[in-house]
Structure formats: C-alpha cells, structure tokens
Design a protein around this ligand. Structure first.
Ligand SMILES: [Zn+2]
Length: 110
C-alpha cells in the first residue's frame, strides 16, 4: 500500500485489489474531507498511469514560455519580461532587473 498526502490533507492511496470480474487491479483512492472515491487501474496499465502522471508533472516540451512584453504604457522599451507567459499581475519584470513596468497592452488595476 502507498499513501501520498497533499498540502490540503487529501490522501491518495494505492492498494492492490481486483475488479468486479476478479482481475488484478491497483486501486487508487482519493480521500478528501467528506468522500473517498476509488480509481481502479488494471495491473497491466499501472505503468501507463504513472507515465501519464509523470508527463503531466513535466513542463511542456522546450523551455517554459515567458511573457516577453517589452513596451511600457509610457512608451519606454524594456528588455523582455522574464515572468511566465500569461502572468496574472499587471506588472512585467525584465530578466536580471529589479525594474517592473506596466506593459502597454495590459490594463492597470483600478
Ligand atoms: Zn510580463
């Protein structure tokens, strides 16, 4: 049996078992505050599931995408923003620089 508890206290448990036809499976249980839900994985597909989890945990092929905006609302040009693409905050930050700038195509927060 294997347990993994996430930061919110939800527990993932993997345990050996059988499906309704008696075939060997590995059962994953996800237990939160109010419910416990089984996910039954045929034994011959466990590696596939683990590979899928591993692939999901990896960043997409190539380096992570960056925001890359360079133009400030004032028209000033900065080196490309080094924050992740689609970052939520309005202010961009150039690589290797402490300077933040409000990108020209981002609306300022009220
Ligand atoms: Zn940015």
């Amino acid at each position: 049996m294997f347990h993994f508890i996430d930061a919110d206290g939800h527990r993932l448990t993997a345990e050996p078992g059988t499906d309704l036809d008696g075939n060997p499976v590995t059962t994953l249980w996800v237990k939160g505050a109010f419910a416990r839900v089984p996910v039954r994985i045929p034994t011959d597909r466990v590696e596939e599931v683990i590979a899928g989890i591993r692939q999901t945990a990896r960043p997409a092929d190539g380096p992570p995408r960056k925001c890359g905006r360079t133009k400030c609302v004032s028209g000033t040009e900065y080196p490309p923003c080094d924050r992740p693409a689609g970052h939520m905050a309005a202010y961009c930050r150039s690589a290797g620089s402490a300077a933040h700038f409000l990108a020209a195509d981002v609306e300022a927060a009220p």
